[in-house]
Design a protein around this ligand. Structure first.
Ligand SMILES: [Zn+2]
Length: 272
């Protein structure tokens, strides 16, 4: 048993060397799974957090304590984050208090979001960029040399007396790398024409974060995924979904898809 654990230790140390010791070139793009629909994207020396700071719904999934602590206090791997993006104001995507803590710990971080999210942190002044996108009309900003295009993508129909929670999909461009995050989308309300209307498929998107149930299983929507037209799809929204994660079906439909394990936060994928 002792020998085995020694071997395992050596293996894991070497594995760590490979991951940590590899110098990042400017073109390296790495995705770190944070939790649910939250990711850290690193391109060269630049870092973007998207939907990665959230408290979740009562009784549901929460970020592991060590991850929550690291992200709120801007400790590695969440140090030096340049941009924070939030798709919409739902508890499984956004916690104003956690974003606040991160921004206080990391004075270089800029928040980009729609009014419902940005309005909760407006006291940060110029460190908050509010984008207002409406149906068919995108909004854009460039912050810390990162270009963000926000497009309004309906979250679905809300009950008559409830305000709509406005969801934005984001196209992010850093140097020659671009990626897309849908946020929470209701394909029935949106329709593929909406995606086609923005001409996403002609923009050479490198990778796109898409809710897992649109990639595989009975709600899969290959037309929508084609309309985004990314080279790689990354399954997202691992928690709080009624439909199970259909890993095999996703990989059958998209052999190069990136499918994380929902309980392996901080796992990473580097774009080939
Ligand atoms: Zn939502």
């Amino acid at each position: 048993m002792k020998k085995l654990s020694a071997v395992l230790l050596v293996l894991s140390v070497c594995f760590g060397c490979l991951l940590v010791g590899r110098p990042a070139s400017a073109a390296d793009a790495t995705v770190t799974y944070v939790g649910n629909a939250g990711f850290l994207v690193t391109v060269g020396s630049q870092k973007v957090l998207i939907d990665a700071m959230f408290g979740g719904f009562p009784g549901g999934y929460r970020l592991p304590a060590n991850v929550e602590q690291a992200i709120a206090s801007a400790q590695p791997p969440f140090d030096g984050v340049d941009l924070i993006l939030v798709t919409h104001d739902h508890a499984d995507h956004f916690s104003a208090s956690m974003v606040r803590r991160h921004m206080e710990a990391n004075p270089g971080a800029i928040l980009v979001a729609g009014p419902q999210v940005a309005g909760q942190l407006s006291d940060f002044g110029a460190r908050v960029a509010t984008l207002t996108a409406t149906a068919g009309k995108a909004a854009t900003t460039t912050q810390n040399e990162i270009r963000v295009l926000a497009i309004y993508l309906s979250h679905g129909v809300f009950p008559a007396r409830e305000p709509e929670i406005v969801n934005y999909g984001y196209l992010i461009t850093i140097g020659d790398v671009s990626f897309f995050h849908t946020g929470d989308i209701d394909p029935v309300t949106i329709g593929i024409e909406t995606f086609r209307g923005y001409g996403l498929a002609s923009q050479g998107i490198d990778f796109a974060f898409v809710p897992h149930f649109l990639l595989g299983g009975r709600s899969a929507d290959p037309g929508l995924v084609a309309a985004i037209g990314a080279t790689y799809v990354v399954a997202a929204h691992y928690e709080y979904t009624m439909l199970p994660l259909m890993r095999t079906a996703i990989l059958k439909a998209y052999p190069t898809a990136v499918v994380f394990e929902n309980d392996k936060e901080l796992d990473r994928w580097t774009m080939p």
